[in-house]
Ligand binder design. Structure first.
Ligand SMILES: Cc1cc2nc3c(=O)[nH]c(=O)nc-3n(C[C@H](O)[C@H](O)[C@H](O)COP(=O)(O)O)c2cc1C
Length: 300
């Protein structure tokens, strides 16, 4: 069995969690198999071959979403996306529709910024099932909110990582108990969320008026920029363009999903937002959710 972490991750929280679950799962399963008296590694009796960690598939860069990814029944994919407006990021839907699950096992994982994951996990689970995967476990973890440095700051933290290890241990136990055929029969794992899936979450002001941040884009303090180009490779939409190497990028005119990869990865903090609606929404999210600590939801 090949264990792959596959993720889209603007500011790295989804990457961190997805890769950690895949690492832990591989470690646990290998050591479990070694200690199973009289059985060869991989519990071949249960129809599952020995396990190895495959290379990550990071589909954050636009070029990676032009590839077709095909899996087989010998694969287990820990599949992560961030929650955007309570759903799977809609810019990914066309790409996700090209996945070839081929009977692989999958563990859908979403990272959300301490507000709510709404229907993102059930949507991701359903997409993976539709694409030929078997969703055998699922999780919603909390990641520092893309817009903020204080909302869920530093998460996933050491307590989240401990829970992710426990989740991986239990998942390995389920795999061992049910075997390949039993796992496929038991899929998809039940998760929270509505089906049919609800509309995208819409930010509102205190009077209930919709705040439209769709067209908002970050701006650049050109005098702070060293021209290093980190922002160019950080942008999942290919919208940060440096016309001359070593020079500040051009003003962003392409699609921006507000993932804040450019904002948070810039070593000189040269990017900023000045849109009043965006700033209001960010501050309101901080007011409402920075004082509470949500805990991960794990499904097996
Ligand atoms: C446009 C946008 C919308 C978001 N919507 C939500 C949301 O509905 N609920 C929530 O809790 N977090 C929301 N977030 C926060 C992200 O889900 C969270 O910060 C996540 O950890 C980011 O993952 P990454 O580090 O892999 O990019 C949103 C982030 C962005 C950029």
């Amino acid at each position: 069995m090949n264990i792959t972490a596959m993720y889209f991750s603007g500011t790295g929280t989804t990457k961190k969690m997805t890769a950690a679950i895949a690492d832990e799962l591989t470690e646990i399963k290998i050591s479990q198999d070694k200690t199973t008296a009289g059985e060869k590694p991989g519990s071949i009796k249960a129809g599952i071959k020995p396990w190895q960690r495959a290379e990550d598939i990071d589909f954050t860069p636009p070029a990676a979403r032009r590839e077709i990814y095909r899996f087989t029944p010998d694969d287990l994919v820990v599949f992560g996306v961030p929650v955007i407006a309570g759903r799977v990021p809609n810019v990914l839907l066309k790409f996700l529709d090209t996945l070839q699950g081929g009977g692989a096992l999958a563990v859908p994982v979403v990272l959300y910024g301490n507000r709510n994951f709404d229907d993102a996990l059930i949507e991701l689970r359903n997409i993976l099932q539709d694409r030929g995967f078997y969703a055998i476990g699922a999780a919603a973890f909390i990641g520092e909110h893309s817009f903020s440095r204080i909302l869920a700051a530093g998460r996933p933290d050491s307590s989240d990582m401990e829970l992710s290890r426990d989740f991986a241990r239990k998942l390995a136990g389920k795999i061992r108990r049910l075997g390949a055929a039993g796992l496929r029969e038991a899929a998809p794992v039940p998760v929270d969320g509505a089906d049919p899936i609800r509309p995208y979450y819409k930010p509102q002001d205190r009077n209930g008026n919709h705040i439209n941040i769709l067209k908002v884009k970050p701006k650049l303090h050109a005098e702070l920029c060293s021209g290093c180009g980190i922002c160019v490779s950080a942008c999942p939409m290919g919208s940060v363009v440096q016309e001359n190497p070593g020079q500040p990028p051009a003003p962003i005119t392409g699609i921006c999903i507000k993932c804040c990869g450019c904002v948070k990865k810039c070593p000189r903090q040269a990017f900023y937002f000045d849109d009043p609606g965006f700033i209001y929404h960010k501050e309101e999210l901080e007011d409402m959710y920075a004082g509470i600590r949500r805990e991960p939801d794990l499904y097996l």
